[in-house]
Design a protein around this ligand. Structure first.
Ligand code: AMP
Ligand code: MG
Length: 353
């Protein structure tokens, strides 16, 4: 199969390309499209065969459910049952936007889309191309991130092409995404709203709307890098994810100590013939030696760090380094989401200095 690239990065959006992509979806095919978080790999959420094709194209385990993308609140009502009042409150506050809600499902969405679960994850993306595609096709779109399973999520159409060219019908290229980390996932099926995956919408923002919010104990890691036996409720959080090819270690501590330690480790690794990469900020990049240094962003602009994280991990794959050392980025608002992804990429390997 030849994967068509449809350029919709310029305003006004090329409606002819949206129509072509819609036809593919209506015929049971797959289209990758931009959202404000990362690129999604879309198929008709009500079509079990389309969902199976998504798992096959990504090489994703079929018990890891897909997020259903909608353009109107009524579509959430169409596919759910026992919808709690918090759903409307959260939708009013954050939709369209980077928040996914897990609710009880009815029969409209097949088990193939939900990985066999009786719940469904739903989101209204805040991206004009994504919304136009949902509206034009009339489909609710099942879409996980448009990467090969285990690779960093795609934040540019070129990342999607690298992973999925020849496996899907088309890619709508809407340019680089805005946020660069996947949506916050909240579970609304229990008494207390529970964060299953941290994202741009953080706990404080959620609490302002619904009161008490808790973190799924399965994603809270202690100093030893374990969750004390709790398993993540979102199946996708159980898999090794976002893994670069090189062995990644996060070095955490005061700026000077981090830089000294990373320089020491880089020197030792280089002496053993290894190629070293360092993830630095614009302020610290000039202070590293013996390594290929990539700048992730600026600490004062935490969105820049979120935005560039996956692209940097992919760049290091191309540079073919053997080990990567990264600074730690527990920034005030998005720190939880950034560190959740970075720690996963590092297999929780952190060196405190
Ligand atoms: P992705 O779209 O690749 O970011 O993956 C979607 C994420 O949503 C994965 O971590 C899934 O495990 C999670 N997810 C989807 N549906 C559900 C659900 N019904 N309950 C819990 N987690 C879900
Ligand atoms: Mg993903």
């Amino acid at each position: 199969m030849i994967t068509k690239i449809l350029d919709v990065s310029e305003e006004p959006i090329n409606i002819e390309y949206i129509r072509q992509a819609s036809e593919i979806l209506k015929n049971g095919g797959l289209v990758a499209f931009p959202t404000e978080t990362v690129y999604g790999l879309g198929g008709d959420a009500t079509d079990k065969e389309a969902s199976c094709k998504i798992y096959a194209a990504k090489g994703r385990p079929s018990d890891n459910p897909l997020i259903v993308h909608i353009a109107k609140f009524e579509q959430l009502q169409q596919i759910s049952k026992d919808l709690p009042k918090t759903a409307k409150l959260l939708a009013d506050a954050f939709w369209p936007g980077p928040l996914t809600m897990v609710v009880n499902k009815n029969q409209v969405i097949p088990y193939e889309t939900t990985g066999g679960l009786d719940t469904v994850a739903v989101r209204m993306p805040n991206n004009p191309v994504a919304l136009a595609l949902i509206n034009e096709s009339g489909c609710m779109i099942a879409a996980p991130s448009a990467n090969t399973s285990g690779r960093p999520s795609p934040t540019k159409a070129s990342h999607v092409y690298e992973d999925l060219s020849g496996k899907i019908e088309a890619i709508l290229d809407g340019g680089p995404v805005d946020i660069g980390l996947e949506s916050t996932i909240v579970d609304l099926t229990e008494d207390v709203v529970t964060i299953l995956r941290p994202g741009y919408i953080n706990m404080d923002m959620l609490s302002e709307v619904v009161g008490e919010v808790r973190m799924d104990p399965g994603i809270v890691y202690n100093d030893k890098g374990t969750t004390e036996g709790a398993k993540p409720k979102a199946p996708g959080m159980r898999y090794k994810h976002y893994a670069p090819k090189a062995d990644l270690t996060i070095v955490d501590g005061s700026e000077d100590k981090v830089i000294t330690t990373i320089n020491q480790l880089s020197k030792e690794a280089t002496a053993k013939g290894k190629r070293v990469g360092v993830i630095a900020t614009s302020a610290t990049a000039g202070r590293y030696n013996d390594a290929k240094v990539l700048i992730i962003g600026d600490r004062a602009d935490e969105q820049s760090i979120a935005h560039n994280l996956y692209d940097i991990l992919r760049q290091f794959d191309e540079l073919d380094v053997d080990v990567i050392y990264s600074e730690s980025f527990a920034t005030p608002k998005m720190g939880q989401a950034i560190m959740n992804r970075l720690l996963k990429a590092a297999g929780q390997k952190t060196l405190k200095v």
